[in-house]
Design a protein around this ligand. Structure first.
Ligand SMILES: Cc1cc2nc3c(=O)[nH]c(=O)nc-3n(C[C@H](O)[C@H](O)[C@H](O)COP(=O)(O)O)c2cc1C
Length: 153
């Protein structure tokens, strides 16, 4: 059964809405299980034990949320040489007021350091959350789960 970890941080709820749509896409996929956690509550075990990971962050001051960075800070040393995370499939969802590129670039850079493998294009939602973006996130969740189940990722 595909185990997809969705981690997020959200102050005013936008990123959480996107992340919940990703979760919905995962759980509506047969044979898939979603582990949905705030970044502050996640740890190295969550990352090691999942088959794929979706990292959901708002952009704050041109960067990822501090809580998402904190998850990386807390887990890097433990995981850096762990074969279980080598080429771990991941993708990114960003909620931003009008940009999102800074948060995205910094998360991608860190994921390179972990040697995770990006398997889908990121979603950047600028401004208000729309039904269209929620659908994109749903489809992302489904695609990740199906990809893991099919052995593609
Ligand atoms: C402290 C703070 C800093 C922000 N900095 C940026 C920024 O650099 N670029 C941007 O596009 N939006 C920025 N925003 C807007 C947020 O990215 C946007 O409102 C996002 O949807 C918030 O997600 P959340 O509801 O999950 O917290 C900032 C918002 C806050 C509160």
């Amino acid at each position: 059964m595909a185990r997809v970890l969705i981690i997020y941080h959200s102050q005013s709820g936008n990123t959480e809405m996107l992340a919940r749509s990703v979760v919905q896409g995962v759980v509506e996929t047969e044979g898939a299980h979603a582990v949905f956690k705030r970044a502050v509550d996640a740890d190295a075990h969550d990352i090691r034990d999942c088959d794929a990971m979706v990292i959901c962050s708002p952009e704050y001051f041109g960067y990822m949320a501090g809580a998402v960075k904190d998850l990386f800070d807390r887990t890097y040393e433990e995981l850096r040489d762990d074969a279980a995370i080598y080429k771990k499939p991941y993708c990114i969802v960003i909620s931003a007021g009008n940009d999102g590129s800074g948060a995205l670039a910094h998360i991608e850079r860190i994921c390179k350091g972990y040697r995770f493998r990006k398997v889908q294009h990121p979603i950047i939602c600028k401004g208000q959350i729309t039904e269209e973006t929620l659908t994109q996130c749903f489809e992302l969740g489904r695609t990740i789960a199906e990809g893991v189940n099919a052995g593609i990722f």
